[in-house]
Design a protein around this ligand. Structure first.
Ligand code: GDP
Ligand code: IMO
Ligand code: MG
Length: 421
């Protein structure tokens, strides 16, 4: 029995979909535990490309995909994603926690309105209703998956919630009147479609552990988007660090074996907020274009910068990362010099930790170490020793700095373009 965890160590989009798909071969269950369809996880198998937002990536390998209690679910998106996979010949096996919170129409509308209200201080959210849904959950005003299976309960809850939202809509000058009957009928309809999947997943998963099954947790977003430890307030609304996995599934922390931190060989970010190593020159353009750095969910161009080890160290510390998977090393092909940020300079002083104050983060100047670049990584490389010596030096430096071994080096988007270390 193993319970392993895959998490993003940067600002998301590190290649979690690819790595989760790769490790799914050994798993029985693949479990999402936080976030919602703000995530966009890409899996490339041969010529087929799958972009999953809410269905766990392990379903592509035929594994059971579990959506844990810590996830916020837009049922319409989930149903469409399941149907889309079916039309491509994949019948996903899904379990949904009865306790997972549901993204309602007013959450999506308010996400847009709050962003608009913030003007140039906006967070740059995905406008999927994630923040407003988590806010309601914590305020104990949420609708949960189980509520979609009982018309009386849902009706009562809507009677309590909708008048408050209608007041809020007036403040934001939103035209929508929030028609109760329409919402009730639509969401009971979603419940009818999903009811066979809605179960106490915490019981199922603990049973599976007892039976010696293998479980793989699939993180969404990344450490720097964590609501406590990220670049607050430019974060998402969930706990993206390893601790989020136990809260978001109901599995005891004692069961977790490996915590695999995924690290892109450089840094990207979508949306607003500071990015200390951001590049605005030809190197930034190289990373953006060669890395096809466009958001999987919103198609926005991702901002690009050099690898920031202050960020990755922060992640390793917060999540107890035991192994590193580095992705997109191939994107650095062809650069003359490659840089790694090893610390920051803040107000004339060198620091090696990530500050809490967002104004301090904005003032952090990266201190870089330079490395010679390399021409090209052969996509057929199957061992680290097949890589150009400059690329090996880059990896050796990272491993030595983090004091955590590599488990995997990814040199292309495809399942086969993966080196196990
Ligand atoms: P996630 O959100 O962490 O799952 O990452 P995304 O799927 O949003 O973005 C990662 C992108 O990089 C996807 O388009 C992947 O197909 C691609 N990708 C993953 N690993 C590699 C790699 O090693 N090299 C290259 N060139 N692309 C990769
Ligand atoms: P994956 O799982 C990258 C970012 C948004 C925005 C901030 C808050 O694919 O790595 P939200 O809609 O969550 O309230 O937006 O978080 N964001 C992501 N950026 N990858 C993601 O997921 C993200 N999910 C949210 O761009 O800056
Ligand atoms: Mg993504």
């Amino acid at each position: 029995m193993t319970v392993n965890l895959v998490i993003g160590t940067q600002w998301g989009d590190e290649g979690k979909g690819k790595v989760v798909d790769y490790y799914s071969k050994d798993a029985n269950y693949v479990v999402r535990y936080q976030g919602g369809n703000n995530a966009g996880h890409t899996i490339k198998v041969g010529k087929e490309v799958y972009k999953l937002h809410i269905v766990p990536s392990g379903v592509i390998q035929g594994k059971i995909g579990v959506i844990g209690n810590g996830v916020v679910i837009d049922p319409e998106v989930l149903i469409n994603e399941i149907e889309n996979l079916k039309s491509r010949g994949i019948i996903p096996k899904i379990m949904i926690s009865d306790r997972a919170n549901i993204i309602m129409p007013y959450h999506k509308i308010l996400d847009g309105a709050e962003e608009q209200n913030l003007g140039n201080k906006k967070i740059g959210t995905t406008k999927r209703g994630i923040g407003p849904c988590y806010s309601d959950k914590i305020a104990r005003k949420g609708i949960r998956a189980i509520d979609l299976t009982n018309k009386k309960t849902l009706s009562k809850k809507l009677d309590e919630i909708l008048p408050v939202k209608q007041k809020l809509f007036k403040v934001y000058k939103i035209e929508n009147k929030l028609d109760k009957k329409e919402i009730l009928d639509t969401y009971i309809g979603f419940g009818t479609s999903l009811k066979d999947f809605i179960v106490p997943t915490h019981i199922e998963l603990n049973k599976a552990i007892g039976l010696g099954k293998n479980i793989l947790f699939e993180g969404a977003q990344g450490t720097m988007l964590d609501v406590d430890f990220g670049t607050y307030p430019y974060t998402t609304s969930s706990h993206t660090i390893a601790g989020g996995s136990v809260i978001g599934t109901g599995i005891g922390p004692n069961h977790i074996n490996d915590i695999i931190g995924i690290m892109k060989a450089y840094t990207t970010r979508v949306g607003e907020g500071p990015l200390p190593t951001e590049l605005f020159d030809k190197n930034g353009k190289h990373l953006q274009q060669k890395g096809h750095e466009f958001g999987t969910t919103t198609s926005r161009p991702r901002r690009c910068g050099w690898l920031d080890l202050v960020v990755v160290r922060h992640s390793c510390l917060l999540s107890g990362i035991t192994k590193i998977a580095i992705t997109k090393l191939d994107v650095l092909d062809g650069l003359e010099t490659v840089k790694i940020c090893i610390k920051y300079k803040l107000n004339g002083k060198e620091i090696d930790y990530f500050p809490a104050n967002i104004e301090d983060v904005k003032n952090c100047k990266p201190v870089f170490k330079d490395f010679n670049g390399w021409k090209k990584i052969e996509r057929s490389s199957s061992k680290v020793s097949d890589l150009p010596k400059e690329a090996r030096k880059y990896l050796e430096f990272i491993e030595k700095e983090l004091k955590i071994p590599f488990a995997l080096v990814s040199i292309g988007p495809g399942r086969k373009e993966t080196i196990e270390v």
